[in-house]
Design a protein around this ligand. Structure first.
Ligand code: FE
Length: 329
């Protein structure tokens, strides 16, 4: 830029505007690397995806956004239906991502997977005692379960997957049962639930897999100690699979920088970037090649619930209604 000014040219560095719900250190690392490799600067607007979608709606054609990133595909499904995204075709993206985990029309593509896992107290829960999400609603788990609030997109997406798998009535019975089994009213994030299990407040927490990775690899010895007291279960392994929050990216409808946007999407699924996510935020790669991270290898592979995946967006409003009805705060 400085040189360009010296020579009196009107040189504007190429920029990519990313609206993202993700806010991890790993993302900043990935964006810096993208700039290093392409010379394209990445400008990020961070907010909840609902706010970002609202912003896209109100900005309309004047929107500077090139990319929209969400932490669950349901929101991007809705963004696509609303016409906030444009479809892109890419052989690289198609080859790198499972067909069932991407938009069939190319509106959005996945780039990391986070299992909605169950983390249990090693000392108090025997192996085989807890296998499925459905178990959490059984009477033997009364006062032993922890979950974050129903306002969390993670909670809503999980319940939406249960609506998709079992129907609304069964999902309501499940939610009522689990709410009745909670050790305390929902409070804090996923990490707080794991810590509370480690402290003995409850025996199982519903949490995303990568939070346990963050605890186990924390610079704080207390967090590492908490992580060692628990064990992770990927539920419904013998059935439909584990509900998975899939981070997805799509190109904004009014992006005028589609080539760079596509390059960015392809970059996100490159081996180099997948390794950054697997080793620093402990998310699973879209390829499920866990050999790229020691931590992921320790946990082992899991089966993604692909059966309900495409219906999460559709059933999220139902899930919110159910949470309300059963009084899950
Ligand atoms: Fe998270």
């Amino acid at each position: 830029m400085y040189l360009a000014l010296c020579f009196g040219q009107v040189a504007v560095a190429e920029e990519l505007h990313v609206y993202s719900h993700r806010h991890y250190e790993a993302d900043q690392q990935v964006n810096r690397l993208f700039t290093e490799k392409t010379g394209i600067e990445v400008k990020v607007v961070n907010a909840q995806v609902d706010q970002l979608m609202e912003r896209l709606r109100s900005e309309g054609e004047a929107s500077p956004a090139d990319i929209l990133i969400a932490v669950d595909a349901g929101r991007l499904q809705r963004a696509a239906e609303e016409g906030l995204l444009q479809a892109v075709e890419s052989e690289i993206l198609k080859a790198a991502t499972p067909e069932k985990l991407r938009s069939s029309e190319g509106y959005w593509y996945p780039f990391t997977l986070r299992a909605r896992a169950l983390v249990v107290a090693k000392e108090r829960v025997k192996s085989g005692e807890l296998m499925d999400y459905e178990d959490l609603a059984k009477p033997e788990w009364r006062g032993r379960v922890l979950s974050r609030s129903s306002t969390s997109g993670y909670s809503q997406a999980l319940l939406a997957s249960i609506v998709a798998a079992k129907g609304e009535k069964a999902a309501m019975t499940w939610a009522r049962g689990v709410e009745g089994n909670l050790a305390r009213p929902p409070q804090g994030g996923d990490r707080d639930q794991i810590k509370a299990v480690a402290e003995g407040l409850a025996d199982v927490a519903i949490t995303n897999s990568y939070y346990l990775g963050l605890l186990l690899n924390s610079s704080d010895p207390k967090e590492r100690a908490a992580g060692k007291k628990v064990r992770m279960i990927f539920p419904n392994a013998a059935g439909r699979g584990t509900h998975t929050n899939v981070s997805c990216a799509g190109v904004a409808k009014h992006s005028e920088n589609v080539d760079a946007a596509k390059k960015y999407l392809e970059f996100l699924v490159s081996d180099e970037v997948q390794k950054i996510y697997a080793t620093s935020s402990f998310e699973h790669p879209v390829s499920m090649d866990i050999s790229i991270s020691k931590q992921l290898e320790e946990w082992g592979e899991f089966k993604v619930d692909e059966e309900t995946f495409q219906e999460i967006g559709k059933y999220t409003p139902t899930a919110i209604r159910i949470f309300d009805k059963v009084g899950w705060k």
